[in-house]
Design a protein around this ligand. Structure first.
Ligand code: SF4
Ligand code: SF4
Length: 452
């Protein structure tokens, strides 16, 4: 990109204003990561925020330029710059598109983490929503269970549909109302996860299941289904009790110390000598678990951290490698598949879920246009950047509708909630499921339409 174009990139970012030299959120970033970007722009069309706004500052190239300019002291970290960086979904689609191997996550994640520490500016994580909901409730399954007991009663009385249909949720504080509409129908699990669940048939592996925080309460049945699918594939499934939240909620909203503490707890919780793999069925958590080593700058216990990461496998990745034993009963459904960003772009797991789905007898898998474009969920993005999140979920649902599929599959709790919300808002009949739930239906001879 020419220098003139570079200057255009920062035209609404006050490049000429005096930088705040006392604060540099990029100073801890390895500068080589910036230099990897050759400004070719081949990533821009893969970037959801650029596609929606058409603003170069909302593109990967523009954001890399801004972060580097702030780091160099050429641009002030003013509100405009912050907005362009905050609007990034951290979906990592740009990493998949980039021919130069730019590790965009290594730039935006630490940069935003430091940006949150700037004491002169009001920190968005200091508000009640971050303190009591995102940080105080979501990572703690027992607290969440209590809070959800009211939601379950409301769902039984069908008050949730009423609140959404009448727009009553808009009377609640904005993000609380949003959260209420995102909550899917909570399905009681078909059984309890035991400490050890033995393989069905010939034993082929011993694995531990990471159950997550929100996942373990809102999608308890998906966890149960995942364990059952693993058992059907000859795996002993162990559920370590002392595991906890992966830390992604804190980490991606700039709160580093609690994220590191959660990572340390999880590294200690899994007896890696006793298992072949640590299995995860949520893309966002899986990406975080595989990336634990980068939370620490020191070399201390590096082996333990990389040893942990090397055992973490997305459930589809693991079963595809192991050799999937498909269910025998046909389902007779047309489905499509949405790639969760943190599975497709961060973990490069794209074919394995499709391989498993295609092996379910009677299932027709239809390609989804822009399947790997973010649906707007992006962790907690859909609670804080609602306009962009809505635009992206509307675009996603339109593409899903065009496939004619009756079920859309996706392997991330955030995507499940975001797409399900959009289809309820638009009163679409398409069902939204995790692939493990569909496979479980086939093993247990249940109709997916009665299941969800
Ligand atoms: S991130 Fe990669 S694709 Fe995008 S401008 Fe830089 S080098 Fe080109
Ligand atoms: S992470 Fe996603 S939203 Fe952010 S710059 Fe890359 S492609 Fe765009």
């Amino acid at each position: 990109m020419s220098e003139q174009k570079m200057l255009d990139v920062s035209q609404d970012t006050n490049e000429s204003s005096l930088p705040n030299l006392s604060f540099n959120p990029g100073e801890k970033i390895d500068y080589e990561y910036f230099l990897d970007c050759v400004h070719c722009g081949l990533c821009t069309q893969a970037c959801p925020t650029y596609v929606m706004t058409g603003n170069e500052n909302d593109s990967p190239r523009g954001r890399i330029y801004l972060m580097r300019a702030v780091t160099d002291g050429r641009v002030d970290l003013n509100q405009n710059v912050r907005r362009h960086l905050e609007l990034c979904l951290d979906c990592r689609s740009c990493e998949t598109a980039c021919p130069s191997g730019v590790q965009y996550g290594r730039l935006i994640e630490p940069f935003r983490l430091e940006m949150e520490k700037e004491i002169d500016t009001e920190r968005k994580t200091d508000d009640w929503f971050h303190k009591y909901i995102l940080f105080g409730l979501f990572p703690y399954p027992k607290r969440l269970r209590k809070a959800l007991s009211f939601a379950k009663i409301a769902q039984r009385l069908k008050l949730d549909s009423l609140v959404l249909a009448t727009g009553l949720w808009k009377l609640l504080p904005a993000r609380l109302g949003r959260m209420a509409t995102l909550l899917p129908k909570i399905r009681k699990a078909d059984g309890k996860l035991e400490h050890v669940m033995p393989a069905i048939g010939k034993r082929r592996a011993r694995v531990a299941l990471f159950t997550g925080c929100v996942q373990s309460e809102v999608f308890a049945q998906t966890n149960y289904a995942t364990a059952h699918v693993l058992q059907q594939n000859g795996c002993d499934v162990v559920i370590p009790e002392s595991q906890g939240c992966c830390g992604a909620i804190h980490y991606h909203t700039g709160s580093e110390a609690p994220a590191v503490a959660m990572a340390a707890q999880n590294i200690a919780a899994f007896d890696r000598d006793d298992i072949d793999a640590i299995i995860i069925n949520v893309a966002g958590c899986g990406s975080m678990l595989k990336d634990y080593a980068h939370l620490w700058n020191d070399e201390e216990s590096a082996d333990a951290r990389s040893g942990f990461a090397s055992k973490v496998k997305d459930v589809h990745e693991f079963l595809d490698e192991l050799g999937f034993i498909p269910p025998k009963a046909p389902l007779d459904v047309k489905v499509t598949y949405h790639d969760a960003c943190h599975l497709a772009h961060a973990q490069k797991v794209t074919q394995q879920p499709r391989n498993l789905i295609r092996q379910i007898p009677g299932v027709e898998l239809i390609d989804l246009l822009e399947s790997d474009m973010c649906c707007g969920a992006a962790g907690t993005y859909n609670l804080t950047e609602t306009d962009m999140a809505d635009q992206l979920s509307q675009r996603k649902l339109g593409n899903i509708r065009d496939t004619g599929a009756s079920i859309v599959l996706t392997a991330n709790s955030g995507c499940l909630m975001q797409i399900d919300r959009e289809r309820r808002v638009q009163d679409e009949s398409v069902r939204v499921m995790h692939p493990m739930d569909l496979i479980y239906c086939a093993y247990t001879h249940q109709s997916p339409y009665d299941y969800c």
